[in-house]
Design a protein around this ligand. Structure first.
Ligand code: ZN
Ligand code: ZN
Length: 366
């Protein structure tokens, strides 16, 4: 009897060696968890257990997002902590019941905000606003781990011409696609972007592809230089110049039709009201904490449209995938860090020393 049991265990471990895990939930994996403000730990946790309609993915490259940084500074949204990370690509290692449109081994990218599929908003194609949506790395376990699971309908196959790093940055590119979509046709518009982080730098490129004139404002010279290289017509270092004064000089003194606030600072939102031309639009993408001091009068007198832009729709994500290559994402990557050193990766961004930091989730990557 005892011998039989040993034989079965041997068989099971051989099956695992062959890449065919038996019971995911029972096995361990390394993952990064956020315990509190500036407290990220790489620990051994259970491997995800697949539900029907889900796929199990071995992530290869992940990206740290501005929203990850906000949570890193403020602490996790839920307790006990979940595995952090939502931007990643990898390949499928297991299919849940009912998944027929994927194969094991396929390279994929995850769309990490998943609507319920049934509510009014989901049926309207606004699944990113679904009150029951799950967000990987925020409300459920995310991708800074050796394995991550996701609903198959929120997983996109990627072609071989897209590198792992490009694929990992499709998610922030989708945020930028959505931002530009919210302003209407950008052709011929004069746009000022307040904030030259990764999303701002992607918006610059999308606007240039679409025939807009772009001014980019930030306080970090390195990001502004990159913005210039990626096509911005003008850059404004706000530590030296007031963007409210500079806005008028853009394109021969005609001012700014659209202001995009990505810095996530209440002061820049307040400035946007002053900067934008009468009849113009303000697109809010950053999420400033606190309360802005916004007088209603200029909004009325200048007929300003204030438009929020949150996450992206299914179509935006698809569009982002198609745009990889036309939009350069690789120049945004300032650091590459293995999963074990993820604390350093957050530290780099916390000190303002990086632009986009990617996490190598497999030893053999880069
Ligand atoms: Zn993101
Ligand atoms: Zn829904």
């Amino acid at each position: 009897m005892r011998k039989n049991l040993a034989g079965i265990i041997q068989l099971l471990s051989e099956a695992e060696d062959m890449g065919d895990p038996v019971e995911e939930g029972d096995q361990g994996m390394k993952a990064a968890l956020l315990y509190g403000p500036r407290d990220v730990r790489v620990e051994e946790v259970s491997k995800p257990r697949l539900e029907d309609g889900e796929v199990l993915i071995e992530p290869r490259v992940g990206g740290i997002c501005g929203s990850d940084m906000s949570r890193y500074r403020s602490g996790p949204m839920i307790c006990p902590p979940v595995v952090i990370g939502h931007e990643c690509c990898g390949h499928i290692v297991r299919l849940g019941k009912g998944v027929t449109n994927f194969e094991v081994g396929q390279r994929v990218v995850i769309q990490p905000n998943c609507g319920c599929g049934n509510c009014l908003l989901c049926r309207m194609g606004r699944d990113h606003l679904c009150p029951r949506r799950i967000s990987l790395g925020v409300t459920v376990d995310g991708c800074f781990a050796e394995y991550v699971k996701a609903p198959a309908r929120y997983v996109w196959p990627i072609t071989d011409d897209i590198t792992d790093e490009q694929a990992a940055l499709v998610e922030p590119l989708a945020v930028a696609v959505k931002t530009v979509r919210r302003m209407g046709n950008p052709a011929g518009r004069r746009v000022m972007i307040l904030g030259a982080g990764p999303i701002g730098l992607l918006v610059v490129q999308l606007l240039k592809l679409n025939g807009a004139t772009v001014s980019l404002a930030d306080l970090i010279e390195r990001n502004l230089l990159l913005g210039r290289q990626l096509g911005a017509d003008e850059v404004v270092n706000v530590t030296k110049y007031d963007p409210r004064e500079n806005a008028g000089s853009l394109t021969g003194g005609e001012g700014v039709d659209v202001v995009v606030e990505i810095a996530g600072v209440t002061k820049t939102f307040e400035q946007a009201i002053e900067i934008v031309n009468p009849g113009g639009k303000i697109i809010l993408v950053g999420i400033p904490p606190g309360v802005a001091n916004i007088p209603p009068e200029p909004i009325v007198r200048k007929e300003i449209e204030i438009i929020g832009s949150f996450i992206y729709s299914y179509e935006d994500f698809h569009r982002a995938l198609q745009l990889v290559g036309q939009v350069e994402v690789a120049p945004l990557i300032s650091h590459r860090v293995p999963l074990e050193d993820i604390g350093q990766a957050f530290d780099i961004l916390d000190k303002g020393e990086g632009i986009k930091v990617v996490i190598n989730l497999r030893e053999e990557v880069g």
